[in-house]
Unconditional design. Structure first.
Length: 223
């Protein structure tokens, strides 16, 4: 059986590059209205252009999702800083059903992330970007473990806790009790934080656990 090879033209790639640029620029513009100034991409988009065409398309889909989420939040009169409404909007758009108690554990100062059960990051809240100096290109084009460093034992504890929730071994929202740890951006003049996971909670779709909600605290360490 022959396998059909789909040829990708320079025009196809250029179209994805332009879509990424426009989406990231729009997000940064919306961020700036709430006091967060983030650079959309590096000159020449080296990280994005280094991806395969399929991965480029996946990244464009992901950043477009977030751009639309921000636009909807603002259009309905809410601030991006409003964690409860912004996270709830993400749940609806991703078709996830959360545990009823998750908002009891969440404040506007918390970092909130949503992952698929196969460890793909689907959502980061506004606070995440306040605690980050990377460009959107770096965040969307480079795997997170190549952007940050943390004690390996703590990382394994967090991963193990997430697996217990993802597999249904723990069916409810879970406070893992993992000690705070230093989280550092892997770059010159990168920021450092004392970060702690407050809560890991299952997200269901069609009555099956298909995502994880992770709520964290982060306190910047001034160099």
């Amino acid at each position: 059986m022959s396998i059909e090879v789909v040829k990708v033209s320079h025009q196809d790639v250029a179209m994805l590059v332009e879509k990424f640029k426009l989406a990231s620029q729009k997000i940064c513009m919306m961020f700036s209205t709430e006091g967060v100034y983030r650079k959309p991409y590096l000159e020449g988009l080296p990280h994005f252009r280094a991806l395969s065409y399929e991965k480029m398309a996946e990244v464009v889909t992901s950043i477009t999702f977030f751009k639309e989420l921000c636009e909807e939040q603002i259009a309905e009169g809410y601030k991006l800083k409003d964690n409860s409404s912004f996270v709830w909007r993400a749940f609806r758009k991703l078709d996830f059903v959360p545990r009823a108690d998750v908002f009891n554990h969440m404040t506007d100062e918390d970092l909130v992330e949503i992952y698929s059960v196969d460890n793909k990051q689907l959502y980061r809240n506004f606070r995440f970007f306040e605690c980050c100096s990377y460009t959107l290109e770096e965040l969307y084009s480079v795997e997170w473990w190549n952007l940050y460093e943390r004690n390996a034992d703590v990382t394994m504890k967090i991963f193990a806790a997430g697996m217990k929730v993802a597999t249904g071994e723990i069916a409810d929202s879970y406070i893992p009790g993992i000690e705070p740890a230093l989280l550092k951006e892997v770059k010159e003049d990168g920021q450092s934080f004392m970060q702690q996971v407050k809560l890991i909670s299952p997200l269901k779709r069609n009555k099956r656990v298909e995502g994880l909600l992770v709520i964290e605290t982060a306190e910047q360490i001034l160099n």
